[in-house]
Design a protein around this ligand. Sequence first.
Ligand code: TYD
Ligand code: MG
Length: 457
Amino acid sequence: MKTQSIYVCQNCGAQSPKMLGRCPECGEWGTLTEQVVSAGTQSPRSMRLSGSTTLGGGEPAQLLQDIEVQQERRIDTLSSEFNRVLGGGLVPGSLVLLGGEPGIGKSTLALQVLMRMRGTKALYASGEESTRQLKLRAERISGDNDRLYIMSETNLDNILQQVRALQPEVVVIDSIQTIGKPDMESAIGSLSQVRECTSALMHEAKQSNVPFIIIGHINKEGSLAGPKVLEHIVDTVLQFEGDQHYLYRIVRAQKNRFGSTSEIGIFEMRSDGLREVVNPSELLLTANHDSLSGIAIAAAIEGIRPLLIEVQALVSTAAYGTPQRSSTGFDVRRLNMLLAVLEKRIGFKLPQKDVFLNIAGGIRTSDPAADLPVLAAILSSNMDLPVRPGICLAGEVGLAGEIRQVNRLEQRIKEADKLGFKKIIIPEGQKTGITHTNIEVIPVRKVNEALQKVVIG
Ligand code: TYD
Ligand code: MG
């Protein structure tokens, strides 16, 4: 039979008929490797499809109304934050990918979750650390699960053998890049190993109805190292993020077949493991900044949770010809748009000013309601006047300088009230339905009106 070669990117799985230095799909350099296929047979991609382990093949089609589903059972992880991102607990037989940068605390989180699941038979298989190292880590973390098994192993077959022998109720694999099947030619951590191992784990999870949490490393661009393909195989992708220099860690669902992807779980890294942050707003606000300029408080929503976040801005005279616009935790294009609105609608001249924006605490927000607080912080810094004390804001800013409505306004107001704010600026005309609060609700229609109420006057 005639053979031919295709070139497969080890990062994203893209295929090319000829050798290229750079993958045209994901842009990584030097990731294409040759694979020999016999002409007339299927390409690896279509083979993967037919070999899919997730579908019960060979069954006839059924009427939708005839399909019966029982109420989905969830395994309580006894961690409210972790349950929340999972959509209410672990689904039996599901495959959860927990991704994050090295050192962010993935192993700590996974071990801690298992250690706290009292009475649940669990297996933690690590290809990265020895059992002694794992024991040392476990000693720092509190937990009282006396049915937790630990193994240090890089051979997937041995791990699966243990899974079948022990029959645990939940399994953690740390990490997918360090385990492999010895009968495969390619190196551990390569695309084909990672893909094969994940498929094997998926198969095992579906067969045994046991949830598997697999840990994956993330590369500098923030995507799961190597295997983007992984994200398509697994049921749930959780991203563990946060700045190493901050204490807060956020677990975000990027994909979830069993729940919403808008939820986040917030943790704080301590010397004795991760602590759940049940009331994040209190933690994110600086205690006393009443007299500082350039700080405004946004009544934001993350997922379905209200979160008061601190927006900081610094406006200074540009040292060089082209002024800098830099932003951490907020989209820089959105910042530029808001600056254009400020210039055009309020006549606030910025061409010779550098503008730096930062969301405190290493938080990232994409909530449009943060527009107004961002502008308030910028204006406050530019005028070197503090935002009036006890005030917070929520409002999207349109190109005409109008304040647009935001979602879940009621929750935002309640959270601000709970945290002792005296006033909240909201979009005019938006019904709140709130009657008994101590907080004064101030509706505004235009940006300049809002900014006057907050900074000047
Ligand atoms: P780790 O879970 O090993 O990260 P990952 O698996 O994502 O690579 O932990 C990362 C850091 O967390 C490490 O630098 C030490 C710190 N740490 C604490 O601050 N407190 C603790 O209780 C533990 C276990 C770790
Ligand atoms: Mg680790």
